[in-house]
Ligand binder design. Structure first.
Ligand code: PEP
Length: 263
């Protein structure tokens, strides 16, 4: 019998909200979830602010005992040294980051990060006790040429080859054509790829690891379409970009159990 996986709703702020705006946002989000009697045991909610906000967000969450997690949007594959502009996993760990996003398509596209670097960063995160959220996904051209699962599965395989069966990680399936486009994948498309990704984890690291690993869908998720994704057996949450910058909208996405079953 499979294990129950706690859904994760993750908000990737990208390069938005400075540290003062971050404090106001996190406070409002926490109030909104508290008013709705949201339980983090039922659905975990995490925010991924820019690096310069992390200390403020960490302090607020700890001081007010908010039921929110926080993570970073990237990290260095190195632990320390002459790497100007880079951020070590050790620094993220010192700021109580539970998660770090790795291999987002914007890093792959604009910063030329390849699968090998994504694998190195994943290992670096694990070395420092920060759970990697490894992003994979195909472009529109990949989809036309190779079909839906081939590219994300190949990307994930490179990372899995570096991991051991006890590794705690999250996978985010984000079709590049769906990110920021307003054109989300269908729930069935998301399920098809997430199921192929889980099968790849099972093949590489075994059934137990595959059973407990959360796989998120990302790409134009909104409160109006989250339920369709969460009704799929292999979708364990969402990585949300644009809609995570609107408190009410992000809070409504996190409260998806209220609308699951209604689609
Ligand atoms: C993202 O950038 O990870 C993302 C999913 O963006 P959006 O929700 O805006 O499509």
């Amino acid at each position: 019998m499979g294990v129950a996986r706690t859904p994760l709703i993750a908000g990737n702020w990208k390069m938005n909200l400075d540290h003062l705006q971050a404090i106001a946002f996190v406070q409002k989000l926490a109030w909104s979830l508290r008013d709705a009697k949201h339980s983090s045991n039922e659905v975990e909610v995490a925010v991924f602010p820019p690096f310069t906000d992390l200390r403020s967000v960490q302090t607020l969450i700890a001081a007010d005992k908010l039921e929110l997690a926080h993570g970073a949007q990237d990290l260095s594959a190195h632990d320390s040294g002459a790497y100007t502009g880079e951020i070590s996993g050790a620094f993220l760990s010192a700021l109580s980051c539970r998660y770090v996003i790795i291999g987002h398509s914007e890093r792959r596209q604009y910063h030329h990060e390849d699968d090998a670097l994504v694998a190195k960063k994943t290992v670096a995160a694990l070395r420092h006790g920060v759970t990697p959220v490894v992003c994979v996904g195909e472009s529109a051209e990949d989809l036309a040429e190779h079909g839906p699962s081939a590219v994300p599965v190949a990307q994930l395989r490179v990372v899995l080859d570096e991991l051991t069966t006890d590794a705690e990680f999250v996978v985010a399936y984000e079709p590049v054509w769906a990110i920021g486009s307003g054109q989300a994948a269908t729930p069935e498309q998301a399920q098809q790829v997430c199921s192929a990704l889980r099968a790849t984890i099972a093949e590489t690291l075994g059934d137990d690891t595959a059973d407990r690993t959360r796989i998120l869908y990302g790409g134009s998720v909104k409160s109006g379409n989250i339920a369709g994704f969460m009704n799929q057996s292999d979708v364990d949450g969402a990585l949300v970009g644009g809609a995570s910058l609107d408190v009410d909208e992000f809070s409504a996405i996190a409260r998806f159990p209220k609308h699951v079953g209604t689609v």
